[in-house]
Structure formats: structure tokens, C-alpha cells
Design a protein around this ligand. Structure first.
Ligand code: MN
Length: 257
């Protein structure tokens, strides 16, 4: 019995050490997240509002998100860690985003998701308030073919007030509407894109906005031929193989390099 007890103590000790050592996220991930904030502003996805997060690369129960500030001004020093309840680990007096619950609840519901963008990018708003569904009008937005649900916050308990996802309950309801999809629209508010990397989610956020603008233009002209499900299913992986190309361009432009 003494041997068993000492074994337990040892294991507990090593687990505690392991946890402590696993706390620091990859500095490259922090740098990418800071760059992504600037890219999303430069590409017209976010303005003074909106945010992007990344799941912690060593602790899946945490995510990384800027303190409360305009995305275009974010640097690596502004990135905070949060748990999946969207509580900041060590804010050091810094303010946090009201809608951080979007991120925590989607990370909790979707183990495959490694990065999330919430924005009010204007092109998608018309599709959030009309019965016209957002669909892939061109190959760059093939990922939309699996369907784009719309979150109606009025139908959610606790959502009868403002339009903000400002609680865990509202975040859970949004995550439930997103389900297994890459993008969800928020009625009269904006959208959320998710991805398996910072680069993929930036790509999706940019091309969701572009697709929405093009689709609205095309609908003025007449009946629209959208990508077929078969075309989209072949195109989406091809896009995922090309993420580095726009990323390097957008990053250089946004960082003024
Ligand atoms: Mn918002």
C-alpha cells in the first residue's frame, strides 16, 4: 500500500508539472493571431469591432483572444488566455470582449475547431434578415455549400434584450445553431466563421464576405446558378491546400512589410 500511495503522489506531481509546463502557447500562434487581427481589418471583415481567437495549441481547454480593443491595433502583447467558460485566466486589469462567449462555447462544442472569427462584415447582413440563403456563388466560397444557418437570438432564452452574445447560455445557443457548419449568420448582427487553423478561418471570413456581396449583385440580374454540392465538395479541399498563398500576401500588406 505505501508503494501505491507514493505512486499516486508521483503521478499527481508529474501531472501538475506537466500542466504548468503546457501553459505557454506557441509564440508563432500568438504572432499569427496578432497578424490575423490586422489582416481582417485590412480585408474589410472587421472594423472597430469584431474579433478572432485561436484554440491554445497545448491546452485544448483554453483559447487565445485579444483584450477589448480594435482588431487593427492588436499586437502579441494584447493576447489573453481564456478557459472554455470564457473567463480570462490572468487579465491583469485589462478589459475583455463582451461577446467572448461566442468563442468559448464553440470551442467547447466543436473539438475540430481551432480558430474562430466573429465580425459584422456588412455584405452578409442582408442574408441574415431575409429568407434568401447565403450560398456559394463562386469557387472561392465552396466551403459554404454545406449550408449557412442563421442564429435568431429572439428565440433563445435570455436573448430578448440586445443582440449581443454576452453569456454562456447565448454562446451555447449560437454554437447549437452553427452545429457542424463552417459559418453561421447572426440575424441583424453579423456572422461567425470557424476553421481548423488561423489561416483557414481568415480565408473563410474573407471569402464569406466577398461571396455575400457577389451573390447580392447576381440576384439583381436574374436567377443564379450556384456551385453544385459535387463541385463544392471537390473544390473545398483544393482551397485548403492553397491557404498559405493569400495569407502571405494579406499579412505583408496588413503589416506594411
Ligand atoms: Mn458582435
Amino acid at each position: 500500500m505505501p508503494a501505491r500511495i507514493s505512486h499516486v503522489v508521483l503521478v499527481g506531481c508529474c501531472l501538475a508539472l506537466g500542466t504548468a509546463q503546457a501553459q505557454a502557447p506557441d509564440p508563432q500562434l500568438i504572432d499569427d493571431l496578432a497578424a490575423a487581427n490586422r489582416i481582417l481589418f485590412d480585408q474589410g471583415v472587421v472594423d472597430g469591432f469584431g474579433h478572432i481567437s485561436a484554440r491554445h495549441d497545448k491546452d485544448p481547454g483554453r483559447f487565445l483572444l485579444s483584450r477589448n480593443m480594435a482588431p487593427a491595433l492588436v499586437t502579441a502583447a494584447d493576447i489573453l488566455e481564456y478557459d472554455v467558460d470564457s473567463k480570462p485566466i490572468d487579465p491583469q486589469g485589462r478589459g475583455v470582449y463582451l461577446e467572448r462567449f461566442i468563442h468559448g462555447e464553440i470551442y467547447r462544442a466543436r473539438p475540430d475547431v481551432k480558430a474562430i472569427v466573429h465580425s459584422h462584415s456588412p455584405g452578409v447582413i442582408p442574408f441574415s434578415v431575409t429568407p434568401v440563403g447565403l450560398k456559394p456563388i463562386y469557387h472561392m466560397a465552396a466551403f459554404l455549400a454545406v449550408g449557412v444557418p442563421v442564429f435568431e437570438i429572439r428565440n433563445t432564452a435570455g436573448g430578448a434584450g440586445d443582440l449581443l452574445v454576452s453569456s454562456n447560455a447565448l454562446g451555447r445557443a449560437l454554437a447549437a445553431t452553427l452545429a457542424d457548419k463552417p459559418v453561421v449568420l447572426m440575424r441583424g448582427h453579423g456572422s461567425v466563421a470557424v476553421g481548423n487553423s488561423v489561416r483557414q478561418v481568415v480565408f473563410r471570413a474573407v471569402y464569406t464576405e466577398t461571396n455575400a456581396r457577389l451573390q447580392a449583385e447576381a440576384l439583381k440580374l436574374g436567377p443564379v446558378t450556384y456551385l453544385s454540392e459535387a463541385e463544392a465538395a471537390k473544390m473545398a479541399p483544393a482551397l485548403d491546400g492553397q491557404l498559405a498563398r493569400p495569407w502571405e500576401l494579406w499579412k505583408r500588406k496588413a503589416l506594411g512589410q
